[in-house]
Design a protein around this ligand. Structure first.
Ligand code: ZN
Length: 216
């Protein structure tokens, strides 16, 4: 009843082009076609031994970029429904991965987690994974904050990230298949380092899903 009333007052619109849509949070069909594209990403060279596959769901541009920024930097959880809608395009890829699989959000540094109040990777992926009977588990922790990595060389990024992640105390990842989830992939250095830590601790296969990438 309330949602009918809400839809009467504020009819749902595409978050990208403002066209009217059926359900709140959905992109219109043309924007969905242009922005959402489930795609295997080329793994960074140094990831070849540790990451068994990376998929992105959308292009990091237009409303996808704006919604992710609103979520991360303005803590606007109202940005979540359209991001959740994007993930439905990945049902087919998820079905191809081994089951059971432990989904693990890329952890934030403690200070960042405190100021933001949530981990965006968890907020984005949890409902969709839950709908597929996959729980998010905090198997990784970030041991220290790291500097932004985009303007670093590959060697510098590797050095900056070394030792920045660890398996959570008491967690056993031996023989476990893991699905890392994160909001975006830029250089892939963070995902690679997380996968390296997991493999070193005995994880069997490590895959990664990111909501958006510039490299589609
Ligand atoms: Zn649209």
């Amino acid at each position: 009843m309330f949602s009918m009333f809400l839809n009467f007052l504020f009819p749902p619109r595409c978050p990208n082009c403002r066209a009217y849509v059926e359900r709140r949070g959905d992109f219109c069909a043309p924007c969905m076609r242009r922005l959402v594209h489930v795609h295997a990403l080329v793994r960074p060279t140094e990831a070849a031994d540790v990451l068994d596959g990376i998929w992105a769901f959308a292009h990091y541009r237009e409303a996808v970029r704006d919604l992710l920024r609103a979520l991360k930097y303005q803590k606007r959880k109202s940005a979540l429904p359209p991001l959740h809608a994007v993930l439905q395009a990945g049902d087919g890829i998820l079905a191809q991965l081994p089951h059971p699989i432990a989904a693990v959000p890329v952890p934030l540094a403690a200070e960042r987690a405190r100021t933001r109040g949530f981990n965006q990777a968890e907020e984005i992926f949890a409902p969709w994974l839950h709908a597929h009977d996959i729980a998010l588990t905090a198997l990784l922790i970030r041991t220290r904050a790291t500097a932004p990595l985009y303007d670093h060389t590959r060697a510098e990024r590797r050095r900056e990230l070394r030792g920045a992640f660890a398996v959570t105390e008491g967690a056993d990842v031996a023989g476990v298949d893991v699905l890392l989830v994160d909001d975006i992939m830029t250089t892939g250095a963070t995902l690679t380092e997380c996968a390296r830590v997991l493999k070193r601790a005995g994880a069997r296969r490590v895959y990664a899903f990111v909501l958006a990438s510039e490299h589609l």
